[in-house]
Write a protein that binds this ligand. Structure first.
Ligand code: NDP
Ligand code: 2IT
Length: 449
């Protein structure tokens, strides 16, 4: 495979040479550069100002040690990261991921994606991402709290409400954000909107918990409507059962669909009667149980161990909402074979490049992550606005704004795809629309000639 423009291929090659241990980062960059080929032709000013080669390099990469004490009194050491990728259109903004698989490649890929996603929201937020290889599974509440405090003790010197505003991602939800926020306030003596995804009582926005999943469904609704379709009566398969998956499930059901399968990293459940959202939510959010527990409580449901098989469950719409590269060519083939008509990405980069090409080839409606899951960060930006105003808006007000934002993201991605000669290709459209906004802002701020 090669990028069809030799200038962009050259940028990719020199990056690849320096990033041999960063496969996920290179995968994300490759897709964006490939999409930008028609922009190179149209915008020689961007080439002259070196925008393409600058945008693939983070403005700043921070890596730090996190030492904390577990319940047994043993000192534990983890690695922490914050990649401040691009601040052309606003303060760095993006989540924190706590998962044992976290490394620099994963944080750089997520930070890179975040630049374009955040631009697509139409709100003034730059791109960043952070996290740690800390594994929250099996940790007590006290251990989670002490880890978060140790993490923030270092991170606090690098962030601020107008500088860099982290939020949640895998393994980081409202509980962790609360502990992180408490430590920031303790050290800096400031009650500011330095983190989003806070509980409402700490200044968090209503509807932020639901926003990524709801936004994903709002985006999918637009994508379906363009083909004269909707959610009503459709079978939906959702991978994952975390924050994004849960609220995608709730909204899909409310829009008339039947959600028949969900998963965690251990396996998946199938419930032909349609998943009971409230039971699932309580099980995952309150009890923090494994998904297998669902079949103990709903005898008609089945559990299959191993999460990859979920794509063999027949469905009309697939919403991958767990993690990167969870949907490969085999999964894509199974989906298409069983009549799936639309795939929209709730997770970041869940489909492998081979899966994306296959969907394109088969004419499957495909909503790429940057566009389809932007509702979470968009609502985070609304939380920042509320914090600055020291006011809070109603659930309905925020949800209404989220709905409008997702509609606009769909329209902008579709319009950019058309303008640049790739009508119907939302991958290309989203990449171009996000890029143009950031590239113009970089140009205006003066680039060294
Ligand atoms: P959560 O931690 O709430 O849930 C993650 C879910 O994915 C869990 O069901 C988890 O299973 C599963 N999962 C995680 N890692 C793996 C893995 N390696 N293999 C298989 N399953 C895995 O995270 P979120 O719901 O917040 O995030 C899910 C995805 O959505 C991520 O890609 C994230 O980057 C993306 N995203 C999140 C946003 C947000 O606002 N939270 C916004 C936009 C995108 P288990 O419990 O077994 O680990
Ligand atoms: O991937 C993402 O967009 C997120 N995890 C949400 C980031 C945020 O700042 O709300």
């Amino acid at each position: 495979m090669s990028i069809s423009n030799s200038y962009l291929q050259g940028i990719y090659d020199s990056l690849a040479e320096k990033s041999t241990h960063e496969p996920e980062f290179l995968q994300a960059v490759y897709e964006v550069l490939e999409s930008l080929c028609p922009v190179v032709e149209k915008r020689p000013d961007f080439v002259k100002a070196g925008i393409f080669s600058q945008i693939v390099e983070p403005e700043r990469v921070l890596q730090f040690r996190i030492s904390w004490v577990d319940d047994a009194g043993t000192v534990r050491v983890n690695r922490g990261y914050r990649v401040q990728f691009n601040s052309a259109i606003g303060p760095y903004k993006g989540g924190l991921r706590f998962h044992p698989s976290v490394n620099l490649s994963i944080i750089k890929f997520l930070g890179f994606e975040q630049i374009f996603k955040n631009a697509l929201t139409g709100l003034p937020i730059g791109g960043g991402k952070g996290g740690s290889d800390f594994d929250p599974k099996g940790k007590s509440d006290g251990e989670i709290m002490r880890f978060c405090q140790a993490f923030m003790t270092e991170l606090q010197r690098h962030i601020g409400a107008d500088t860099d505003v982290p939020a949640g991602d895998i393994g980081v939800g409202a509980r962790e954000i609360g502990y992180l926020f408490g430590q920031y306030k303790r050290i800096r003596n400031e009650f500011t909107g330095v983190l989003t995804g806070k509980k409402a009582g700490l200044g968090g926005s209503l509807a932020r918990t639901e926003a990524t999943g709801y936004g994903l469904c709002y985006f999918t609704k637009e994508m379906l409507a363009a083909e004269g379709e909707d959610f009503s009566g459709k079978r939906v398969v959702i991978s994952g059962s975390g924050n994004v998956a849960l609220y995608a499930c709730q909204k899909a059901i409310r829009l008339g669909a039947k959600v028949v399968a969900m998963s965690d990293s251990g396996g998946y459940i199938v419930d032909e009667n349609g998943i009971d959202f409230e039971r699932m939510r309580e099980m995952k959010e309150v009890r923090r149980a494994r998904i297998q527990t669902y079949v103990d409580e709903v005898p008609t449901a089945q559990y299959v161990s191993g999460c990859r098989g979920i794509w063999s469950v027949p469905c009309d719409i697939a919403l991958p909402c767990a993690t990167q590269n969870e949907l490969d060519l085999d999964g894509a083939r199974m989906l298409v074979e069983h009549g799936c008509m639309a795939v929209a990405e709730g997770a970041n980069m869940p489909s492998t490049p081979e899966a994306v090409s296959f969907f394109r080839e088969k004419g499957i409606l495909f909503g790429p992550a940057k566009a389809a899951n932007a509702g979470g960060v968009a609502t985070s930006a609304l939380e920042m606005s509320q914090n600055s105003q020291r006011l809070s808006w109603s659930f309905e007000q925020v949800d209404g704004m989220l709905h409008d934002i997702m509609k606009e993201i769909y329209q902008n991605a579709a319009a950019a795809a058309k303008e640049y000669g790739q009508e119907g290709d939302l991958v290309t459209g989203a990449n171009i629309a996000g890029f143009l906004k950031v590239a113009e802002a970089m140009l205006w701020q003066g680039v060294i000639f």
